[in-house]
Design a binder for this molecule. Structure first.
Ligand code: DAT
Ligand code: MG
Length: 135
């Protein structure tokens, strides 16, 4: 058991399609705590830093232009096993494969507009929180 922090972000399609409230409800309902939250545009610099591991992949340019295309909701979420718990709530990367009842399964249809971002480890979370909220 471990109290962790994770970085989550409701992506431009989630904001545009009006799912902010429902997603926040799911995070609170499971018992996690939203420590910080801000509606903002992602800058190209932040996008490149967040997705550095995907540079050079065929979907990279589309990913950067999508994530910078409209406002997002940036969040620091904390609680017991927060990283894995948020990944479970999010569902599989491709919305078409994400189970019903998950955020991606319920609010998206494709892999390139998949509603929400979540850190994949405690180490990634620390780095991503630094990118989006500063040290
Ligand atoms: P996750 O967001 O589940 O951690 P990831 O880190 O592998 O997934 O990829 C980051 C984002 O890149 C993902 O949320 C959507 C996009 N992406 C991943 N694979 C893709 C693909 N094959 N085609 C288009 N976009 C993709
Ligand atoms: Mg990832």
């Amino acid at each position: 058991m471990a109290i962790e922090k994770t970085y989550n972000m409701i992506k431009p399609d989630g904001v545009k399609n009006g799912h902010i409230g429902e997603i926040i409800t799911r995070i609170e309902r499971v018992g996690l705590t939203i420590e910080r939250m801000e509606l903002a545009m992602v800058t190209p610099e932040e996008a490149q830093a967040n997705y550095a591991e995907h540079e050079g992949k065929p979907f990279y340019d589309g990913l950067i232009s999508y994530i910078t295309s409209g406002p997002v909701v940036k969040m620091v979420v904390s609680g017991e096993n927060a990283v894995a718990t948020m990944r479970k709530l999010m569902g599989a990367t491709n919305c078409a494969e994400a189970a019903p009842g998950t955020i991606r399964g319920d609010f998206g249809l494709t892999v390139d507009e998949n509603v929400i971002h979540g850190s994949d480890s405690v180490e990634s979370a620390e780095r991503e929180i630094g990118v989006f909220f500063g040290a």
